[in-house]
Design a protein around this ligand. Sequence first.
Ligand code: BG6
Length: 508
Amino acid sequence: MSTSSNPLRDALDRRLPRIAGPSGLVIFGVTGDLSRKKLMPAVYDLANRGLLPPGFSLIGFARRDWENEDFAQIVHDAVKEHSRTPFREEVWQQLVQGCRFVQGDFDDDAAFETLKSTIQELDKQQGTGGNFAFYLSVPPKWFPKVVQQLKKHGLADQKEGSWRRAVIEKPFGHDLASAQELNKVVHEVFPTEEVFRIDHYLGKETVQNILALRFANTLFEPIWNRSYVDHVQITMAEDIGIGGRAGYYDGIGAARDVIQNHLLQLLALTAMEEPASFDADALVAEKTKVLGAVRLPKDLGKETVRGQYAHGWQGGEEVVGYLEEEGIDPNSKTDTYAAIKLEIDNRRWAGVPFYLRTGKRLGRRVTEIAVVFQRAPHSPFDHTATEELGQNALVIRVQPDEGVTLRFGSKVPGTQMEVRDVSMDFAYGESFTESSPEAYERLILDVLLGDANLFPRLKEVELSWQILDPIEQYWESNGKPASYPAGTWGPVEADEMLARDGRSWRRP
Ligand code: BG6
């Protein structure tokens, strides 16, 4: 939709680089892994690409007994180790001017007063203009405390001509009731448009490309429905175990960790109708419609599977099972694997199963969406029976090896008319010289610009919990997760689940 009476000017404006105005970022939980591996490097990469204002400021808030210099050193090391763009001394020297550290507990009033005066000082010295985003990279139990402290100390006040924003890492609650409760607390302090819930999958180029693929082309949309699609498989497989995250992961599990957010967002983008525009409101309207139409499995025992990895081998190395991991309750029933069959009750998708699966310690790291098409109704080829023809598939390779693959049948060279499956590939690395920003880079920039398109709204979060809650409740009262050896593709029960439908999981 054009915003002025000059469409040419609008088109040119859209091509201008998106550069953040005067602003700063406060990170709570700055000593955590996410901050070191993702947030600090993302800030540096943005600065390095010239997308941050010269006076941009970064404040770390944590309990550690650090001075500003110690914090600057931590940021420096994290940037050197994890940033994606080359280290440039002049960019670093500029960034470090705005680095500050505030020491304290989340219930320490004096620390929040220090935070307030640090922000005021940065406004004067760095020209941050009072615009600050507060990034809550802390365990969810601390969200209410931190936002209440921000309110109590006047840090969340929206003053004329400036903004204050809250950025909230997932998980947003652990079920519907807790998500709603949390939301109440956050919205007592921040207005809706200033709350940014992070689902970093939406920051990935390949995820945004689902919309381009579907709605910028004429090729796919006519067959993107129950008349042609047999089923859809959405896989997020990881080869890593839980690493040092026992405290967070145990009791949460794979389904809450990634199906409730990343995988259901992928489902929504794959299945939704074309939005009127790419504004946050229009996107949310379509995503919520489709999430609201999701139908739970009729038989939760047969159409969902949860698993837990046992001792096994991965990449030639012996790895321990989940229950032997450090910090895990040896009787834990936490799922490290989950597979769920969902259907969507609308005209486009009625009767088409969407199989979602995720797991830790699986065969390899891969995230993909495979839209698998129906078989040709009959085969006129003497040497290939209908049931031997493969099923056409469009596979969106989210990561690694980002791209899209189209699978279709082709004649095998020779004197007979034999048909075999082949692939046609689009790979980002080969087709584009532009490099993809890291998901957190894109999302932090969007927060600073106040652009909410890639952030789930509360309604989506609620609908996703509504889908997951009954499944979690069923699992809780029905036995233990099925076991699978580390390094394999999950429990046999998951294969049986698809076999009952006459289908099988892809082995990506
Ligand atoms: C996070 C989950 O949201 O996503 C982790 O909490 C998971 O358990 C991670 O490992 C995977 O992210 P990515 O971008 O590496 O696929």
